[in-house]
Design a protein around this ligand. Structure first.
Ligand SMILES: Cc1cc2nc3c(=O)[nH]c(=O)nc-3n(C[C@H](O)[C@H](O)[C@H](O)COP(=O)(O)OP(=O)(O)OC[C@H]3O[C@@H](n4cnc5c(N)ncnc54)[C@H](O)[C@@H]3O)c2cc1C
Length: 380
């Protein structure tokens, strides 16, 4: 880390990052590596909260950002296959197989989050801190927390995910809309079926997709099935736009039965058996949002930005959510570094970053419904 982090004013920029999942810790680590010392991450979940997540494909740009942070790839990539094997299923048997090469590698949320979080120096990450408001009419941005605590910052980076408080405060008209289907997820603690090294995508019929991949503890699967809003509320206890992640404790017996029944009807027997053998399950309703028109807002004399899922949660089929967050974080830190080292105008630097990264976020938002439509998934 350099010791030359003097901004134009002669004072360090005070940067508050909201969200400690993937995008937030990547942003904080990049900032620290670039010589910004006054960086704090605020995460709503308490340290003791059980957290975990499934498979995430990262493309080469995002992998390179992690490389530059000194995170060895074997630490978060357990299986280094680049293959995506797509199978059309007829009468529960593979009919047609297409093999593609993915320009990246698969990790899991848990491996990646752990690799990032353990590198944050002591005192940077503050858990159990839920941001509820941001003010700053004349002066600096002030973050307010659920326990009434407040924090001053020059720049607030909202990386607080799909139901972002930052988006609600800065861009309130962009609300989430349910797309009409659910990604049921599980990690089966079973030996992967014969020869499973690759990412496997099964397509039994329009409106259904099943993905399977090896992970350190067994097999990670995602089963996309249609579901009305009312059915989602019955199966997972709340509306899809409110319960944007159904944790294991929200998965009812009815939800398990629904998934098991569809596995028996549609999947080859060995894949249906994996679903049945999965004790801990989760679900993610697929959501859409109006594409963003901006990423940067003035707040008093400072700024706030949205990035990652906070800016634009995209459908999982795009495989772009985490990639977008990591690439946006790297671009943001490059812009801030120009300000710090070479006295670039901060507002112009932030708008330059926005101009560079907004089109990719907008494209990914559009691409989700296109893929869903092609697969027969979602409300049309
Ligand atoms: C089935 C599925 C498959 C996917 N596959 C891929 C893939 O292959 N490739 C890919 O790139 N992406 C993929 N994604 C998307 C990817 O998982 C997300 O885009 C990524 O996790 C978003 O990271 P994030 O850090 O921006 O947000 P999140 O992971 O949602 O984290 C937000 C964090 O902010 C915290 N928080 C929320 N509100 C507050 C608050 N008010 N105050 C403080 N903290 C707060 C939360 O507790 C959380 O820790 C997939 C998603 C799903 C569901």
């Amino acid at each position: 880390m350099t010791s030359t982090a003097r901004p134009v004013s002669g004072r360090q920029l005070r940067i508050a990052v909201v969200g400690g999942s993937i995008t937030g810790p990547v942003t904080a680590l990049l900032l620290l590596h670039a010589g910004f010392d006054e960086v704090t991450v605020f995460e709503a979940a308490p340290e003791s909260a059980p957290r975990g997540g499934g498979l995430i494909g990262l493309e080469h740009c995002a992998l390179d950002v992690l490389d530059r942070l000194g995170i060895a790839q074997h630490e978060f990539v357990a299986h280094d296959s680049e293959a995506v094997v797509q199978m059309t299923i007829r009468d529960r048997h593979p009919a047609e197989v297409i093999r593609r090469t993915y320009p990246g590698r698969n990790t899991t949320w848990s491996l990646l989050h752990h690799a990032l979080a353990r590198r944050l120096p002591a005192g940077v990450l503050h858990t159990g801190m839920r941001v509820t408001a941001l003010t700053g009419q004349a002066g600096q941005p002030v973050l307010r927390f659920s326990d009434r605590h407040t924090e001053l910052a020059d720049l607030v980076v909202f990386a607080d995910g799909r139901s972002s408080t930052g988006r609600r405060l800065l861009d309130p008209d962009r609300t989430l809309r349910y797309a009409g289907y659910v990604a049921h997820r599980g990690i089966a603690e079973v030996t992967p079926p014969s020869g499973l090294r690759d990412f496997l995508r099964l397509q039994p019929c329009p409106g259904v997709q099943f993905n399977l991949a090896p992970v350190p503890d067994g097999c990670d699967w995602t089963f996309y099935l249609g579901c009305t809003s009312a059915e989602y509320a019955q199966r997972f206890g709340a509306d899809p736009t409110r319960r944007v992640f159904a944790l294991p404790r929200h998965v009812s017996t009815a939800a398990r039965t629904h998934v098991d029944t569809h596995a028996d009807l549609l999947l080859p027997a060995e894949h249906a058996a994996i679903v049945h053998a999965t004790t801990t399950r989760m679900a993610v309703p697929v959501l859409d949002i109006t594409p963003p028109e901006r990423m940067v807002w003035p707040v008093g004399t400072g700024h706030a930005v949205l990035l990652g899922d906070a800016l634009a949660p995209v459908r999982p089929h795009t495989a772009r959510g985490a990639n977008n967050g990591i690439e946006q974080a790297a671009g943001l830190v490059a812009a801030l570094t120009q300000h710090r080292k070479y006295r670039a105008d901060l507002t112009a630097a932030l708008h330059g970053w926005q101009r560079r990264h907004l089109p990719a976020a907008v494209a990914a938002v559009h691409r989700g419904p296109e893929i869903g439509h092609r697969l027969g998934l979602g409300i049309r």
